[in-house]
Design a protein around this ligand. Structure first.
Ligand code: FE2
Ligand code: FE2
Length: 290
């Protein structure tokens, strides 16, 4: 417990995050970094980026609602303290991805209508399943849904986006890098804190596994829609397709040549493997959606 206390303390968070990898960043990136001109000039690429960014904002709004809501459901002080740091991380994620929408040319007054236009309904359903547990103050289910399922997904999506943007859009890649570091910490908390609680309350397993199965179903549907929605840009959301020659690799796929189906398959298998490993570590068995 002493280790747990110091690893997830506010002091540790201050040193590693705001005074560490986020030092000198502005909205998560270098002060002089901008979205690439060729992206802003091309309406089709710009719209694909807006669509992708809206899904990130929606996911982060869900994480903000969940992490803040779970503070009052947490049974111990150390978890409350950690969730307070996570709440600020998630608030920051909402802010930096919202700022990216503005950088992509969305007017501040059009923020909510833009989110409404582009949000994937399956992502909304995914969030609903989790927030229902949070509203019931179900800490164990809430942490599994948030820190294993939601963040296992977010983490993998950010890594894919990072792989596809690091050459062509350093600004977005830097924004993602700080977010990935935060998510790594959040996923670690979920694993460390919840295994013991699952052992203590084994009767909760079936309900939690049902939640995981439902969230997984909505997640896979979201991936499917996302890759289908932007045939040119989804596989390489941060770069112009014309520039994909130098786009690098993801999970062994050459990004200059990978089809949307191949990218969807690669991302889905990465996330599902994440789920299997992490759920296994906390004593739950991964449930495949029918
Ligand atoms: Fe987040
Ligand atoms: Fe997170």
């Amino acid at each position: 417990m002493a280790d747990f206390l110091s690893n997830y303390s506010i002091q540790k968070w201050l040193e590693s995050c705001p005074q560490g990898y986020l030092e000198d960043t502005v909205y998560g990136h270098g002060a002089d970094e901008r979205e690439p001109e060729e992206l802003l000039k091309n309406e089709q690429f710009r719209e694909a980026q807006i669509r992708t960014t809206v899904q990130l904002i929606a996911g982060e709004r869900c994480a903000l609602a969940a992490s803040s809501g779970l503070i009052n459901a947490a049974p111990d002080a150390a978890s409350k303290t950690f969730l307070a740091t996570q709440t600020l991380d998630e608030g920051r994620h909402v802010e930096i991805f919202t700022q990216r929408l503005f950088d992509l040319g969305i007017a501040q007054d059009d923020l909510e209508s833009t989110i409404k236009t582009y949000i994937n309904p399956n992502l909304g359903k995914f969030a609903e399943v989790l927030l229902e547990k949070v509203d019931k103050k179900d800490f164990v289910a809430g942490v599994v849904g948030q820190n294993i399922v939601l963040e296992g997904m977010a983490f993998s999506v950010f890594e894919m986006l990072h792989a596809t943007s690091s050459d062509m859009n350093p600004k977005f890649a830097h924004t993602l890098a700080g977010t990935i570091a935060d998510e790594r910490r959040h996923v670690g908390f979920g694993e460390n804190r919840i295994g013991e609680l699952i052992r203590r309350y084994p009767e909760k397993k079936p309900e939690i596994e049902r939640m995981q199965r439902d969230m997984t179903k909505h997640m896979l549907a979201t991936f499917h829609d996302s890759f289908a929605a932007s045939p040119l840009a989804a596989a390489s959301p941060s770069v112009a397709p014309g520039a994909r020659k130098s786009a690098g690799t993801y999970q062994g796929l050459n990004l200059a040549e990978a089809s949307n189906e191949e990218m969807e398959g690669a991302l889905s298998s990465v996330v599902l493997n994440e789920f299997k490993t992490r759920l296994g570590r906390i004593g739950l068995e991964y449930q495949s959606p029918v």
